[in-house]
Design a protein around this ligand. Structure first.
Ligand code: NIG
Ligand code: FE
Length: 414
């Protein structure tokens, strides 16, 4: 089965070495004007100038689609909390009346207020919600998302979330990479005793999730009022012993030391990193830890502080970008908005932001088969109704995706 997508005004291939792109490399888009992409059996076989690709012998007999617009590697959204039961509208009303994230938590909102509905929800209800969201990710040009647990916070509910991800994966083309985030907050049953809760996770949740291969990564929220850097280190070491790859939410609301703790455990990514200081940047570089920017959460919380992304790029650290889609801090699943926000608020150029959302997003999930457009890569493509790729960051707040192709198949067409 062969398909030729042609008449692409601008194709951004990001072709290059199969590794995270850092420093000046993060601006190399591999732009081709008037381009085409040839796909065979779900894999890219050629990409380049229209005439060159159309004249390849391999293009004979291919289904031809005139697309216009621009084409990118479909987005890899490497940080989401896409399994939740209810939006947090009470938190939202409090916030719009001036309350902070910490004050909302104090008043009984926050992460723990999401667990009741998740614990009560049947597995079928959660699956239905996740599948509806999966369609919306696809419609926005995303082919792969990471999905965290973390709104169950007891053994059965956390497993229910991860099993939901597994079963939903059979029913959508969206590729979903599961992460165990039981260390998202201390649940009421362990109030005031985070150590005991972490021990419970290690004894009761790690063995089952690891044996059933229900999660690729383990993650923890290292933050004042949640878990400390010392707890983070101990927990991540235990997770690594069970075979999980590692991630951590660090320095989101203040500088607590989670970035260094996570890097020392060889975490693949540290996410948020708003309050990172020079020492954290030096450590990330030394350990090859990728910072994941989540500026949609800063936007939604009305924060004016954003991660020092320019310093990361200047230091030669590859930067990734994700939506953080979740009911508390980022009810946004559109990577186009994250790209715009990364440009406006984190000082990335459109080229750097798009690289962060594609190649480096895939690397943040340790995926080597996607993220850029080159022969041999999975054919995950997103097409947008733009004349110039910079419009993706410029016309913000909408969805200009016209077609999403996952593993060679058109799964969405506007
Ligand atoms: O990435 N920081 C921790 N986790 C989420 C927020 C979760 C919530 O408020 O429900 C985040 O921002
Ligand atoms: Fe998060």
């Amino acid at each position: 089965m062969k398909t030729l997508f042609t008449g692409i005004k601008q194709l951004l291939t990001f072709a290059g070495e199969n590794k995270p792109r850092a420093g000046a490399e993060q601006r190399e888009t591999g732009l081709v004007e008037n381009a085409a992409v040839l796909i065979e059996d779900g894999i890219i076989s050629a990409a380049g100038p229209r005439r060159t690709v159309e004249n390849l012998p391999g293009a004979d007999g291919a289904d031809t689609v005139e697309t216009g617009g621009i084409c990118l590697p479909a987005f890899t959204d490497c940080h989401t909390h896409a399994v939740f039961a209810e939006p947090r509208l009470r938190d939202f009303s409090m916030r719009t009346s001036g309350a902070t994230y910490a004050e909302i938590k104090q008043a009984g909102g926050g992460i723990n207020s999401s667990i009741g509905a998740v614990r009560r929800a049947s597995y079928m209800e959660l699956e239905k919600k996740l599948l509806r969201r999966a369609s919306r990710f696809i419609e926005s040009g995303t082919a792969t998302i990471e999905v965290k647990s973390g709104y169950g916070l007891d053994r059965d509910s956390e497993i229910k979330i991860l099993e939901t991800v597994r079963s939903a994966s059979q029913k959508t083309e969206l590729s979903m990479i599961p992460t165990l985030l039981s260390a998202h907050a201390v649940p009421p049953e362990f109030a005031g005793n985070p150590e005991a809760y972490l021990e419970y996770i290690e004894k009761e949740i790690f063995p089952y999730v690891s044996e059933k291969k229900l999660a690729v990564f383990a993650d923890i929220f290292c933050e004042k009022g949640y878990f400390t850097p010392e707890q983070t280190k101990k927990y991540l070491e235990a997770a690594a012993a069970y075979g999980f790859k590692l991630k951590a939410h660090t320095e989101q609301m203040c500088r607590s030391g989670g970035t260094i703790a996570a890097a020392h455990c060889h975490a693949v990514t540290v996410d948020h990193t708003d309050y990172c200081a020079t020492e954290d940047i030096v450590t990330m570089r030394e350990y090859g830890t990728i910072p994941v920017l989540l500026p949609a959460s800063n936007y939604f919380l009305g924060l004016h502080k954003f991660p020092p992304a320019r310093e990361y790029i200047q230091a030669g650290i590859p930067v990734a970008l994700a939506t953080d889609f979740n009911p508390g801090t980022a009810p946004c699943l559109n990577m186009q908005f994250a790209v715009s926000c990364a440009c406006i608020n984190c000082g990335l150029t459109p080229e750097e932001a798009l690289c962060a959302a594609t190649v480096n997003g895939a690397k943040a999930l340790c995926l080597d088969d996607r993220g850029f457009i080159a022969p041999g890569m999975r054919a995950d493509l997103a097409f947008f109704d733009c004349e110039d790729y910079r419009e993706l960051a410029y016309f913000f707040g909408g969805n200009v995706c016209t077609r999403t192709v996952i593993a060679g198949k058109t799964v969405y067409e506007a």
